[in-house]
Design a protein around this ligand. Structure first.
Ligand code: NDP
Length: 246
């Protein structure tokens, strides 16, 4: 079903965003890839095309509303509609609050909660189309807070709240826009590279080495959420490694 869909992905340059682009490409999807690292996006575009999809990319910092709006405009100019907008961009520099890694706090709040800009960019077009789907990547940390996860969890709790309000607003508007939250547990991606506290990073790396699953599993979940008939929506999927406890 995804072959006819036009799908925008933020955070497309690595991890789950990249894996999702490659999986959807196999069905011939038309993709718009957003992230900051142009070289990675260029390579991904050619990989998508080899796999049978079409792709354009826009260098996009999700903290800059003009750049996110430009990604939506690029999509409209290239493909004429936006069927699915996936907000996957995010960082996870966890640390104890007492360490006051304030730059990390600010960056997480800015990047992870700026899922909002993606929603804002896509909605006017989806409203006009009377159809669409917003997929927000949250986390198990959007349900549970642990030591060191205060700010990261707070941003992911925020994504949960934003998504539920959005779902209710879309249903009230009767505009056929589906809202899906995908909340993964440990997934093997580049995310740990954003952790600045060496001790926390070492602990997380050990946990990830034991449990993390491939980003392909999350890509499959996203594809299944897209493929569901349009009159039904997975509003939230929690996907953990089978043996991950918390
Ligand atoms: P990666 O680090 O592999 O990917 C993160 C992506 O976000 C990259 O493409 C990066 O691209 C992009 N990104 C970061 N900052 C910005 C920014 N300011 N503007 C635009 N893009 C940005 O990690 P994951 O794939 O794991 O992360 C994807 C999402 O999944 C995140 O929201 C993360 O919180 C969430 N998640 C991850 C889990 C895991 O275990 N891996 C578990 C639960 C949730 P670039 O640097 O090129 O801009």
């Amino acid at each position: 079903m995804t072959e006819t869909k036009i799908v925008v992905i933020t955070g497309a340059s690595s991890g789950m965003g990249e894996a999702t682009a490659k999986l959807l490409a196999k069905d011939g999807a038309r993709l718009v890839l957003g992230a900051r690292r142009e070289e990675r996006l260029k390579i991904l575009k050619s990989e998508v095309e080899k796999l049978g999809g079409q792709a354009v990319y826009g260098m996009t910092d999700v903290t800059d509303v003009a750049q996110v709006e430009a990604l939506a405009q690029l999509t409209m100019q290239t493909f004429g509609r936006i069927d699915v907008w996936i907000n996957s961009a995010g960082i996870m520099p966890q640390s104890p609050l007492a360490d006051k890694r304030i730059a990390d706090w600010d960056n997480m709040i800015d990047i992870n909660i700026k899922t909002l800009y993606g929603i804002g960019a896509a909605l006017p077009y989806m409203n006009k189309q009377q159809a669409g789907q917003i997929i927000n990547v949250s986390s198990v940390a959007g349900h549970i807070a642990h030591q060191n996860s205060a700010v990261y969890s707070a941003t992911k709790f925020a994504v949960q709240a934003i998504s539920e309000s959005l779902r209710q607003e879309m249903a009230a508007a009767q505009n056929n826009v589906r809202v899906t939250v995908v909340a993964p547990g440990a997934v093997n991606t580049e995310l740990l590279s954003s952790v600045t506290d060496p001790q926390v990073k070492a602990g997380m790396a050990q946990f990830y080495d034991s449990f993390a699953i491939s980003a392909d599993r999350v890509a499959l979940t996203i594809k299944q959420a897209i493929d569901l008939p349009a009159d039904a929506a997975w509003n939230e999927v929690i996907i953990r490694p089978t043996n991950q406890i918390g």
